[in-house]
Design a binder for this molecule. Structure first.
Ligand code: ADP
Ligand code: MG
Length: 610
């Protein structure tokens, strides 16, 4: 057996296997180099998803001739202080990208250093034939990569379709661009302009907001809460969507650590935890989170492509992320995604008005009182309110007593200025119609009340547990099958802590002797049956948090005002006020809204008044 030293070319091709997997990785490395070089504009041109050609041109500080020669050598970098491997503030630091790309493609680097009048080009064909020659070029650097992987056909075979490869590339560019709003980007693919991002000016926060609109969309910016938390040397900023603004996949969850886009489960886990009360398991919030952390406490060196990280204290980081997200959400807690209002308005079927035959009298417009105008005080109901006949389940929810209403009247000076507005009507015994300063709100009374009760029960569980109330006559509940009776019995211990005292009573029956006093007069049979269904859905090994969540949800559903119940105006307003004062009253546990808001300006559009 002969032992031989590998040639540099071979070593570089092996390294390329690690760093350069596909066109997207080439683009990522080169764009990051441009950013490290202080560029404010980066232009990207691709042909055939980059398989044929990748050009990255920047206006950074460029390289002179000796620098060009050395940059394409392995392990050469201008960025790493060898005494301090952990203190990494630039993207590059391994000095691997250029030689690796050069080893598997035909690479041409043309560069002119800032304030120099000479430009040079160096080329590398499959890692060989290195040649340096004078060239003509603007200040900055242009790197052309042709026939990627021509030197390693095995790798070429692994590439996916152009569509898939291009999608991956665009994805990486967008992530990098999101973290660098002050840099302009353009992407051209097969001659078509695909992306043009203006370099955004102003403060970082302002620029970031603009860039988020450019990339994730204006509707996200409109329906997001702002994060801002600094604790234990870790700063967390960014935006996260209102629970009612959610998606079917986790693809729009972006995490940046020291401005580096990373793929790490930590963000998905943190978001899942923070939204767990507000979103169904199969819906995902949209988020762009920026974490600034001492580079010494995070290892970005785990993988050569550097999208994974390792925190020295992952629990701390996860905990802070959850805190920051929850804090942000609590500032917008009763807001609901405006997209619901937009969707609702979209349902109005407006026949494109075949020009009316009447003569238009524009001045007439002013003769009419605007119907929904906050300044329109005469229209506001001032006569004493006579509550509708109460039903006997009135104590079931916190309906205001008569005296309370009397005291409340003067405060109701102008409830129309309150966020949830003034209840004007109940429709179909199910929806509350309220007027706000600049719009109309439609509340789903059952969903909204269910949410209020849910929050109340949850708070009370957290505070001192649920107070139990002994049933006068213990209730025997027969479940549809043994499975259900068994699963209830299995959770008996935990259910006792949640205010339910139960015992198995025969094969399919359960005897209930105590229920939480907070939920009062519910139909115990239905409650237990629903609970059993829920538990069955959850399957085996139910976690405690999950159990509490589901039990609370079931309680809330049974205890809240049903659709179909008539409410008095006082009751409706009381519900609206409670919504204002209850965190996260804007959506149910599954991220569906409990109310929809239509802005006056949009309603005006419906009538062609704007
Ligand atoms: P790294 O980025 O890890 O330092 P690279 O192989 O990506 O390694 O680049 C090697 C060196 O080439 C860099 O350290 C930098 O000095 C120089 N360089 C690469 N791209 C550019 C660019 N676009 N503008 C200026 N200098 C560059
Ligand atoms: Mg680099």
């Amino acid at each position: 057996m002969k032992i031989k030293l590998l040639s540099d070319t071979t070593i570089n091709r092996i390294a390329a296997g690690e760093v350069i997997e596909r066109p997207a990785s080439v683009v990522k490395e080169l764009v990051e180099n441009s950013i490290d070089a202080g560029a404010t504009q980066v232009d990207i041109i691709l042909e055939q998803a980059g398989k044929n050609l990748i050009i990255i041109a920047d206006n950074g500080f460029g390289m002179n001739a000796p620098e060009l020669e050395i940059a394409v050598e392995r392990h050469t970098t201008s960025k790493l202080d060898e005494d301090d491997l952990l203190d990494i503030n630039t993207f590059g630091f391994r000095g691997e990208a250029l030689p690796s790309i050069g080893a598997v493609s035909k690479m041409f680097i043309t560069s002119r250093q800032k304030n120099s009048d000479k430009a040079y080009q160096i080329c590398l064909i499959g890692g060989k034939d290195k040649q340096l020659k004078p060239a003509v070029h603007n200040e900055g650097t242009k790197i052309e990569v042709r026939d990627l992987f021509f030197a390693t056909p095995a790798r070429l075979k692994f590439l996916r379709t152009d569509k898939t490869e291009f999608a991956a590339t665009l994805d990486i560019i967008k992530k990098i661009a999101l973290a660098h709003p002050h840099i302009g980007f353009s992407v051209t693919h097969d001659g078509k302009d695909v992306l043009k991002l203006k370099n955004r000016t102003g403060s970082l926060q302002e620029a970031l907001k603009q860039r988020i609109i450019d990339i994730i969309g204006a509707d996200f910016a409109e329906n997001a809460a702002e994060l801002d938390l600094t604790r234990e040397g870790i700063a967390i900023q960014g935006y996260t969507s209102l629970p009612t603004f959610n998606r079917a996949t986790a693809s729009d969850q972006f995490l940046f650590i020291n401005n580096r886009p990373v793929k790490d489960k930590i963000i998905n886990i943190a978001l899942k935890t923070a939204y767990q009360d507000y979103l169904a398991r199969d819906r995902y919030p949209v988020s762009a989170l920026f974490l600034r952390i001492d580079p010494q406490t995070v290892d970005v060196n785990v993988h050569p492509a550097k999208s994974e990280v390792r925190f020295h204290d992952p629990n701390l980081v996860r905990g802070l992320l959850i805190r920051a997200i929850k804090d942000a959400l609590s500032t917008v807690s009763h807001k609901v995604s405006s997209s619901y209002g937009a969707t609702a308005l979209g349902f109005f079927n407006i026949e494109p008005a075949s020009k009316p035959d009447i003569v238009e009298e524009p001045q007439q417009e002013y003769k009419y009182r605007p119907l929904l105008n906050s300044n329109f005080s005469q229209g506001y109901e001032t006569r004493p309110f006579v509550p509708a006949a109460r039903q006997n389940d009135e104590e079931v929810w916190d309906s205001p007593s008569q005296e309370k209403a009397e005291i409340a009247k003067p405060i109701f000076d102008s409830p129309v200025d309150l966020p949830m507005g003034d209840a004007k009507a109940q429709l179909h015994s199910t929806y509350i119609l309220a007027q706000t300063a600049d719009g109309v709100i439609i509340v789903d009374q059952h969903a909204a009340h269910e949410r209020l009760v849910y929050e109340k029960i949850k708070a009370s569980i957290e505070k001192n547990g649920l107070i139990k109330q002994r049933l006068l006559i213990p209730e025997i509940v027969e479940l549809p099958d043994e499975k259900r009776a068994h699963i209830i019995d299995e959770q008996k211990g935990r259910l006792t802590d949640l205010g339910l005292s139960i015992d198995k009573f025969g094969e399919k029956s359960i005897i209930v002797s105590e229920i939480p006093s907070l939920i009062g007069d519910v139909d115990v049979k239905r409650l237990i049956c629903d609970l059993a269904d829920h538990l069955l859905d959850l399957g085996e090994n139910i976690g405690l948090t999950e159990l509490i969540e589901h039990v609370t949800e079931t309680y809330a559903c049974h205890y809240s005002i049903r659709a179909g119940r008539e409410l008095s105006k006082i009751e409706m307003n009381e519900l609206l006020r409670q919504m204002e004062n209850t965190p996260f009253s804007g959506q149910c546990n599954h991220g569906r809204p409990t109310y929809v808001e239509l802005k006056l300006k949009d309603i005006e559009k419906l009538f062609g008044r704007r």
